[in-house]
Design a binder for this molecule. Sequence first.
Ligand code: PRP
Length: 227
Amino acid sequence: MNFILKTLFKKTLFNMNSDQLVIALTKGRILDEVLPLFGQAGIVPAEDISKSRKLIFDTNRENVKLMVIRGSDVPTYVEFGSADMGVVGKDLLLEYGDEGFYEPLDLKIAACQMMTAGPVNAKPVEGRLKVATKFTNIAKKYFAKQGRQIDLIKLNGALELAPLMGLADAIVDIVDTGKTLKANGLEPRELIAQISSRIIVNKASMKIKNALIREILGQLGDAVDKK
Ligand code: PRP
């Protein structure tokens, strides 16, 4: 079977059935906050996700399955329709670009801020600023808007080390409590965006599975309002 046929076959099996909905959840911190919200909306995994190595789970609703994946993969699964809906941080949506799907609901969980940060009491940098981040698109856009020339340094984690070790003058990262910055001699500077978890929906699924998706969006919206 060639690749296209295989893909179509899988889609038919998993989620092109208009009665069946696949929701991709972001694992980690967001998952801990999202499961209680889904519970209130009447969607409960059939087994304890935290105790399983499985990646796709049945729920108490026969027609709803939950996938648990890295946040950075959620937009991809939803854009290409392998998942109908997804839960993902606005940070990753800003980084990925939000053209490929709808973003109908702010779950108002996992709230934090996208910020620039730099060493405490550092002198202003003249000339090009060296900025380390894993959010390269967000950083590029932000500094371009400020008319500021930067050299971008792409890292995949532990960004706070970059100024400390002389690799960068500043970082662009998520700030929640601010403790990680403080522990590494950094201070928050400019606010780039307020971040929280969002529901995204595949564009075709929104048409084909409209009734079911609207029902679930309504239930999740009510759960968010009750918080
Ligand atoms: C995020 C972020 C900071 C930290 C901020 O990292 O990159 O390092 O949280 O939180 P705080 O303001 O409460 O200290 P995370 O733990 O999500 O891991 P990551 O480096 O893999 O992104």
